[in-house]
Design a protein around this ligand. Structure first.
Ligand code: PHE
Length: 372
């Protein structure tokens, strides 16, 4: 049996040569220093400090060395590996700190920036009130009818029994649409929603139960109570055996549902070419219920101490209108009404000035909330 060959002193294998270990160490440290981000550093770590890195492979050679050489080579390679591991750790910490810094800057949120640069809109209260008014009648079985805002004079006037010399036709009230040659076009901005009565009768099967909310136009100056553009809710019933009593009942139902149950209504005799008889519709003031009348100490701002509030016009459909719309007045009869939507909004919501309704200030519309 031979003794251990302790005196054997082979030339060390190349990877364990001091110069080579130093070179691998330097190479690793340079690569670590050059890593620009954490992803790069990870690759560098695998290449220079991982299980298959040159220093790890060199480490494996140590076992084959004679004992005397083992210690020295182990120290050399171990020191290099420790230095590399330490450098990776430090670089890792530096790059993480850099990243955290960058994230703080790049992902900074200025909590003082306005968050509502596109605030949610609100529907205009005229729209929501008009819908609620129409809904009262829809609940009674009425349908919604429509007509154009730019209307043929025949629908707006002639079919409604306005004589050619009726004052409503003159320039004082009506916006006439100019023809292409600057002359008469036969078309106007509708001055009321009543032309929809004729359109509904011409286009629908009888009986007809409709309401028509819409925009109307008259040459009024804008002031606290007038606007050249305003809105009406037209109502029309044409059926067999219809009387003014049904009209009164429908108006009462409307007033009760919009302003409060039990409010009285009254009809004052009036004139419209398209209804006969005709009436102005008043409702009892829902604020003072008449208590302010003749009591100067308790004036009512809502009804100007009149006790009554005018809400529109109405009447029994003139047989001439039925004839113009092709309906036999011997068989059918009906009634119609026109209610002011601005007036309803003013009274139902205490809006005092027409300017608030037309100026488009969102503080006004949003105060009513976004109803659906
Ligand atoms: N069209 C009328 C107006 O604008 C109102 C009305 C409608 C009157 C229907 C009677 C019947 O004043």
């Amino acid at each position: 049996m031979s003794a251990p060959n302790n005196s054997f002193d082979p030339v060390e294998v190349t990877p364990l040569h001091p110069d080579e270990v130093a070179r691998m160490r330097e190479e690793a440290l340079a690569a670590i220093a050059a890593a620009q981000d954490l992803a790069e550093l990870k690759e560098v770590r695998l290449a220079h400090a991982g299980d298959r890195s040159p220093l790890a492979l060199a480490n494996r050679e140590i076992g084959a060395l004679p004992p005397a050489a083992k210690a020295e080579a182990g120290k050399r390679v171990g020191g290099a590996r420790r230095d590399v591991g330490q450098a990776v750790k430090e670089r890792q910490a530096a790059l993480e700190a850099e990243r955290d810094e960058r994230v703080l800057v790049e992902e900074r949120v200025d909590v003082t920036l306005p968050w509502d640069r596109t605030p949610r809109g609100a529907r205009h209260p005229l729209t929501t009130v008009a819908e609620r008014m129409a809904d009262v009648f829809v609940g009674m079985g009425f349908e919604i009818a429509e007509g154009p805002e730019v209307e043929a004079e025949w629908f707006n006037f002639d079919a409604l029994n306005f004589q050619p010399d009726h004052p409503a036709r003159t320039m004082q009230d009506t916006f006439f649409v100019e023809g292409p040659d600057g002359g008469d076009s036969g078309v106007v901005m509708r001055t009321h929603t009543s032309p929809v009565q004729v359109r509904a009768l011409l286009s629908r099967e009888l009986p007809v139960y409709v309401v028509a909310p819409g925009k109307t136009f008259r040459t009024d100056e804008l002031d606290a109570t007038h606007s050249p553009v305003f809105h009406q809710l037209e109502g029309l019933v044409v059926d067999k055996g219809i009387t003014m009593a049904h009209l009164r009942g429908a108006i009462d139902a409307f007033v009760g549902s919009m302003f409060g149950e039990g409010l009285r209504t009254r009809f004052r005799a009036s004139y419209f070419p398209f209804t006969e008889p005709s009436a102005e519709v008043d409702m009892e003031c829902f604020v003072c219920r008449g208590a302010s009348v003749g009591d100067p100490d308790n004036p009512c701002r809502t009804c100007s101490s009149e006790g009554w509030i005018e809400i529109g016009g109405c009447g029994v459909v003139n047989p001439r209108v039925l004839v113009a719309a092709g309906v036999d007045p011997e068989v059918y009869s009906g009634w119609a009404f026109g209610l002011g939507i601005e007036r309803t909004l003013m009274f139902a919501h205490g809006v005092r000035d027409m300017h608030d309704m037309v100026e488009g200030d969102i503080r006004f519309t949003s105060a009513f909330g976004s109803e659906n």
